[in-house]
Ligand binder design. Structure first.
Ligand code: ADP
Ligand code: MG
Length: 156
């Protein structure tokens, strides 16, 4: 499966990347975010929220698991870190099939419950302020978005 690598050199660059990505998202799209603690998943999500026209500050929803924000499209921000091995059904499908964009931090922990088509994103720390963001699109709509990001010069 084709993957796309992008590099950023600061939190601001990661947010800029996320804002640009957000502008290409459509209702019902799902992004899965993976990466170690401190990789930049929440930083990325803050940029994504800005790009969706959300004015409220986005924080990691560790204790609530799901937080909703209103913007051009609603954002459903999930952090499923605490759900490892849990069978708990949070009604994910209603979010995945809703009008908003779902972003799931630590998505690998609910891998078997993800929708078949989604954009998988992994952030790796490659230096103090350097990050490599790898996008793995699953589904045609997501492949198009990755190609657009690439053509816009990100990751060059
Ligand atoms: P996570 O949600 O993956 O645990 P956070 O976004 O909360 O990660 O934290 C990432 C940390 O790394 C922040 O302190 C941020 O300022 C810092 N950082 C440094 N360089 C970058 C970069 N290029 N992209 C994103 N975050 C960066
Ligand atoms: Mg986080």
């Amino acid at each position: 499966m084709e993957t796309f690598d992008f590099r950023t050199k600061s939190p601001a660059e990661t947010m800029f990347f996320a804002r640009s990505l957000a502008e290409k998202l459509q209702p019902g799209m799902v992004l899965t975010l993976n990466g170690d603690l401190g990789a930049g998943k929440t930083t990325f999500t803050k940029g994504l929220a800005e790009g969706l026209g959300i004015k409220r500050n986005v924080n990691s929803p560790t204790f609530t698991i799901i937080k909703e924000y209103q913007g051009r499209l609603p954002l459903y921000h999930m952090d499923v870190y605490r759900l490892e091995g849990s069978e708990e059904d949070l009604g994910y499908d209603e979010y995945f099939e809703g009008d908003g964009v779902t972003v799931i931090e630590w998505a690998e922990r609910i891998a078997d419950r993800l929708p078949p088509e989604h954009l998988d994103l992994t952030i790796r720390r490659t230096g103090e302020n350097d990050r490599t963001i790898t996008l793995k699109p699953v589904g045609d709509r997501y492949v198009s978005i990755c190609k657009e990001m690439h053509h816009e010069g990100f990751g060059a």
